[in-house]
Every structure is written in C-alpha cells, then in structure tokens.
Design a protein around this ligand. Structure first.
Ligand code: SF4
Length: 49
C-alpha cells in the first residue's frame, strides 16, 4: 500500500488480535502494472497478469 504510486492497493480484510491476518486487494481499474509492489512483497505473493 505504501509503495503504490496511485493508491491501487487497499485492505480488503483485517482480523485477529495476536496473529494478525491482512488481505489486500488491487483495484484493477487503477493499477498501471508498473511492478513497484512486486519488489516489496517478501513472500512473492503478488503477480502481474
Ligand atoms: S503494479 Fe504498480 S500500480 Fe499496480 S498495484 Fe503494484 S505498485 Fe500499484
């Protein structure tokens, strides 16, 4: 969310007090496919199709 230059990434779901689980969602209508977010995901959970 911090690295996306156009704010296309939003929190879709956030739950849990001790083991926090956060699900993010990319707004495909805003995403330009620049790829900046790919380098910041430690688990390589983001792909661009
Ligand atoms: S590819 Fe670029 S525009 Fe799309 S979500 Fe990632 S950082 Fe944002």
């Amino acid at each position: 969310m911090r690295v996306c230059p156009i704010g296309a990434i939003k929190v879709k779901e956030s739950r849990g007090l001790i083991m926090k689980k956060v699900v993010l969602e990319v707004d495909k209508t805003k995403c330009t496919g620049c790829g900046k977010c790919l380098n910041y995901c430690a688990h390589r959970a983001i792909t661009i199709n």
